[in-house]
Design a protein around this ligand. Structure first.
Ligand code: GAR
Length: 204
């Protein structure tokens, strides 16, 4: 089945671009039907518009709290009848309404529960991994709950940290892994192969 995706982002949108490219080549059974940015200036919104995908900003700063901000986002996603919501460098906390439970995914550029949580995003993660002297990091794709980087883990794979790594070289290696794993998780969802049992996600 080809599913309808809603994508939430805050930044450059390279994660979105990867999904759009795969979808256009029919290498992913998913169409992006709506992109929402938490900042008007997020370049990801521009990437969506360039491919004629409906894109709008719902700026976090326009809302007094997480609940009001989230309501505006869910209203828009329901209007587009999305099957799955994909966080793609989305830096704000959102509530998870019952009708979207286990229908929201996030990718985190480390091995959760290490190097994750509030403030741990993008480059901050790779800087923290290097500062700690960790020898392994990785990628985690998980369902989203109401805490940062916390819901049931769908896919998780390791990436080596090399002695001469800088945050940039490490980010590049981790993001290459993300580009392969995130679509794989979306495809598993589209194929109805993900079964959540508490914190455990079974791949059928
Ligand atoms: C990605 O590397 C993603 O793993 C990370 O932000 C980057 C977004 O890049 N997400 C997090 O750190 C979530 N805690 P993009 O804006 O170019 O898609």
């Amino acid at each position: 089945m080809v599913i309808k995706l809603g994508v939430l982002l805050s930044g450059s949108g390279s994660t979105l671009q990867n999904i759009l490219d795969l979808s256009r080549r029919k290498d992913l059974d998913a169409n992006v039907v709506c992109v929402i940015g938490s900042r008007e200036t997020a370049y990801g919104l521009e990437r969506a518009r360039l491919q004629n995908v409906p894109a709008l900003a719902i700026p976090r700063k326009d809302y007094p709290d997480t609940a009001a901000f989230s309501d505006a986002i869910w209203r828009e996603l329901r209007r587009h009848e999305v099957d799955l919501v994909v966080l793609a460098g989305f830096m704000s906390l959102i509530t998870v309404p019952a009708d979207f439970a286990h229908r929201i995914m996030n990718v985190h550029p480390a091995l959760v529960p290490a190097f994750c949580g509030q403030g741990m995003y993008g480059h901050h993660v790779h800087e923290a991994v290097l500062a700690y002297g960790a020898k392994i990091t990785g990628v985690t794709v998980h369902f989203v709950d109401e805490h940062y980087d916390h819901g049931p883990i769908i896919l998780q794979e390791a990436v080596p940290v090399l002695e001469n790594d800088t945050p940039d070289t490490l980010a590049e290696r981790v993001q290459a892994k993300e580009r392969e794993m995130y679509p794989r998780a979306i495809q598993l969802f589209a194929d109805g192969r993900l079964k959540v049992e508490g914190r455990l996600v079974r791949i059928l």
